[in-house]
Design a protein around this ligand. Structure first.
Ligand code: ZN
Length: 531
């Protein structure tokens, strides 16, 4: 058992004693109750009254964990957080969270709904299972097939599709060109078609003015991928955009002049593009004062930042990203093929990738991470998105890696979890019902095997290695003699249940389905190869 939990259990015992409550508390913190005999919920089936017992709670707003307490979920909402009264009617299902942590479901603010890669089919359910398994209960799709996305959004909302809640930010508004009339009509058209927001790519200033002005009139939020354009984060902030994706645009606004592209640079070449992108923050003409001023402006104008740190990490360590242990069972062959170096595929730029290019990316990350930290300290809203499906980033796994990179940037793990929950909910305008463990909020909850505040990797769908002593998990800094035969390494962690709208999804069941999909696709590929 983890030290923090032991401390909390002791505290509970003291409290219960002080209040002279009759209920007895066992050494493990469990209270005997009528609900003890009720079965665990079925995977992916709605439960009217679901009781989560003995959970340590991470609320989402960065206040310290608290527990153990019970959480009652009723009709899809969090109905109670605290002790279960003795006369409480029995629940329909019980999750025993003894030794586990419960946190809000993750709001992933940058994903792409995908059912193919490079024109080759890949099961849509594969992506949805992985995101749920990694704890995403809400996803913001920032670019996919709009018609399919709206159908899937509705199916997810009706619980006919096993998937996180889906929001659609579309770039379809630009399909008729850049004239003021075309842009404004485009915004109104996608709004009428049911878009939740607009995805913008970098553009000339006059186009940005028109699209943001019309977005304001229509009450629509915007997410921008700046790339290297006439406009930068400064323009987007001045004109009242909602969120900046990735890193481009922010550094561009802080250069004295422009980036020093060599004469042969071709923005239509992925090696050129990604090679130079990794030098943006380490340009000699990056002006730190200007950078601070841009961050100030973003904060002042309430522009959020969804950095998607994880989608670029292969640039700084490609061999690691090519050889992750979860590929063995969980990498779909369609994705495997798509990631192979090929100049024609977006982000598959690892053709002769050099150690020097990796070093530049590593240094670039340091400055970028400092900027993120500074932005947050100034009061800026940072959210979690993984942009997976490209560049050796697999759905959901990328999202957990994103959290790890935020820890690397210097954030406390309570803050990291806030980025993934409260901040994401704020970005999409749903902070009054999503992102917190709080009575009255939507029951989007994760029941985690272990303490993510001790090790974020317990959130990874693959799980993680854990040090055990006589079969019990212990802190790996426990002072044990090197020759103590009671120490072992076990594979543990993982989210046990992802609960969305009160419906519990059993993560081992989701991952079993993923494994089966992958095995089936590989068998088909082998058969094709043999013919
Ligand atoms: Zn993206």
């Amino acid at each position: 058992m983890h030290r923090a939990m032991m401390a909390s259990f002791k505290w509970l015992i003291v409290l219960v004693g002080a209040l002279a409550v009759a209920a007895s508390v066992t050494a493990s913190g469990q209270r005997p109750s009528a609900s003890a005999q009720v079965a665990a919920p079925a995977h992916a089936k709605a439960v009217k009254r679901l009781l989560i017992r003995n959970a340590m709670v991470i609320y989402g707003n960065a206040k310290p964990a608290f527990g153990p307490v019970d959480i009652l979920v009723q009709d899809g909402l969090i109905a109670r957080v605290g002790r279960t009264p003795a006369n409480d009617p029995p629940p329909d299902a019980v999750i025993d969270a003894t030794g586990k942590y419960v946190m809000p479901g993750i709001v992933n603010t940058h994903i792409h709904l995908q059912d193919e890669r490079g024109g080759v089919p890949q099961p849509f359910q594969y992506e949805m299972n992985l995101y749920l398994a990694a704890g995403a209960t809400t996803v913001r799709d920032v670019g996919s097939d709009f018609a399919k996305a709206t159908t899937r959004r509705a199916a997810s909302a009706a619980h006919e599709l096993v998937a996180p809640r889906i929001l659609i930010y579309t770039s379809g508004w630009r399909s008729k060109g850049d004239s003021p009339q075309a842009v404004r009509e485009g915004v109104r058209r996608v709004k009428a078609d049911g878009a939740d927001g607009l995805k913008l790519f970098g553009m000339d200033r006059d186009v940005l003015e028109n699209v943001l002005d019309e977005a304001h009139k229509q009450g629509m939020r915007t997410a921008i991928h700046m790339a290297v354009e006439e406009t930068t984060a400064k323009d987007f902030a001045e004109l009242g955009g909602t969120s900046i994706e990735h890193f481009y645009g922010v550094a561009d606004a802080a250069l004295d002049g422009i980036q020093n592209f060599p004469p042969a640079h071709n923005a239509n070449n992925e090696v050129h593009r990604f090679g130079r992108a990794g030098e943006l923050y380490i340009q000699g003409n990056l002006n730190r004062q200007k950078l601070s001023a841009v961050l100030d402006l973003m904060v002042q104008k309430s522009v959020s930042w969804c950095p998607t740190l994880s989608i670029y990490v292969a640039g700084r360590d490609v061999i690691r990203e090519q050889n992750l242990p979860w590929y063995k069972d969980y990498l779909h062959p369609t994705m495997e093929e798509y990631w192979k170096p090929d100049l024609q595929r977006h982000g598959s730029f690892f053709l002769g990738w050099t150690s020097t290019q990796e070093v530049r990316w590593k240094k670039d990350y340091q400055v970028w991470m400092d900027a993120l930290r500074e932005f947050a300290l100034k009061g800026g809203n940072i959210t979690v998105g993984d942009d997976a499906g490209f560049i050796y980033s697999l759905y959901g796994f990328g999202q957990i890696h994103e959290l790890e990179l935020m820890e690397e940037a210097g954030f406390h793990l309570l803050e990291v979890i806030k980025h993934a929950t409260v901040n994401g909910a704020k970005l999409i305008g749903m902070e009054d019902r999503l992102g917190r463990v709080r009575v009255g909020y939507t029951a989007d909850l994760l029941v985690v095997n272990g303490n993510p505040l001790e090790n974020l990797r317990v959130l990874n769908p693959y799980g993680t290695d854990i040090l055990t002593y006589s079969g019990k998990p212990i802190d790996n800094y426990t002072n044990i003699a090197p020759n103590d035969p009671n120490t072992k390494v076990a594979h543990g962690g993982g989210i046990e249940w992802t609960i969305k709208d009160g419906i519990p999804y059993h993560v081992p069941a989701l991952m079993k389905e993923v494994k089966d999909m992958v095995a089936k696709a590989r068998a088909e590929r082998a058969k094709k190869g043999a013919n």
